[in-house]
Design a protein around this ligand. Sequence first.
Ligand SMILES: NC(=O)c1ccc[n+]([C@@H]2O[C@H](COP(=O)([O-])OP(=O)(O)OC[C@H]3O[C@@H](n4cnc5c(N)ncnc54)[C@H](O)[C@@H]3O)[C@@H](O)[C@H]2O)c1
Length: 307
Amino acid sequence: MSTILVTGAAGLLGRHVVRDLLAHGHAVRGLDRRSAEEAIDWYVGDVTDPDLVATAVAGVDAVFHIAAVPNIWSGDGRAIMRVNLLGTHIVFEAAEAAGVGRMVFCSSDSVAGYTVREGRMLPPRYAPVDLDHPLMATDPYAVSKVMGEDLAQAWALRGQSVVALRTVFVAYPEMAGEIVARAKDPEGYRGPMVGGPSVAGGGPLHHHIDPRDLARAFRLALELDMAPGDFERFYLSARVTLSPEPTLDRLRRLHGDAVEIRAPEIWAENPFAPLYDLTPAATRLGFVAEYDQRHLLAGLPGFPSGD
Ligand SMILES: NC(=O)c1ccc[n+]([C@@H]2O[C@H](COP(=O)([O-])OP(=O)(O)OC[C@H]3O[C@@H](n4cnc5c(N)ncnc54)[C@H](O)[C@@H]3O)[C@@H](O)[C@H]2O)c1
């Protein structure tokens, strides 16, 4: 059993992660601007408050750093940089001072630069997008995750072992209405129409991951065999997208021949496979998603019934 500090523990993802850790016998502390109903020790306040963070990390075995302004719609560029960069620096600094060896940083596939239409979103150079693909973030949120990973790597070089999880859009149960609304009118959809905490995301290819799977990935990152100084990154996604169009058809329709297809067999075998290379997650982290949400869309235009 380990003791883990989860920042952002009262958020949509944080609560899934907390429940998964508790279900697997770990002791959990939560740091967030508010508390939630999970019966854990809560440290309520701002993640940029060094005293609060130092108190919260004292004596823990690992930190899952999840607190963030989670997209470009939830705060302007300055708020994103303050919370996502300064907060990350303060969490890693406090963890090092407290002797915490394992850090898991909640990153995003937005680092690749292919998630939101605002700004100058460039198509990927090639597919699958792997860990060698250039990071082409153009919006403040995506840049904050690129720089957050840079910070995380710097702290790893000083002796922590750090995992950065580049998750795609998390399809929370609260988002089901938005996911269906977008699938009914993919070109006309412009954000929350049926409630839900934010717009249906996942970028032009409508990637998604189930929060139960993502919570498991965090736990696997906790258990990963690593040496001090190691820094590892993983793209994480469900095995299929939420798009009515097969992935390569959609890439060609949106970008012509601009995206070099390096491993067409991936999509020959699974036409709705995501853009990202999930091999490191499978082989190194031991993570293959168990869930997907395509069943929400069965019978809608472009989606076979029972798909
Ligand atoms: N939701 C997605 O589709 C998605 C995709 C990729 C990555 N992520 C990342 O996942 C993580 C969790 O996002 P989420 O979907 O649960 O969003 P969320 O808004 O539900 O959770 C974020 C939590 O962080 C807390 N927080 C924000 N600013 C804080 C501050 N200054 N001090 C203390 N706590 C603060 C919030 O109160 C909230 O509980 C974030 O790091 C986000 O960038 C989310």
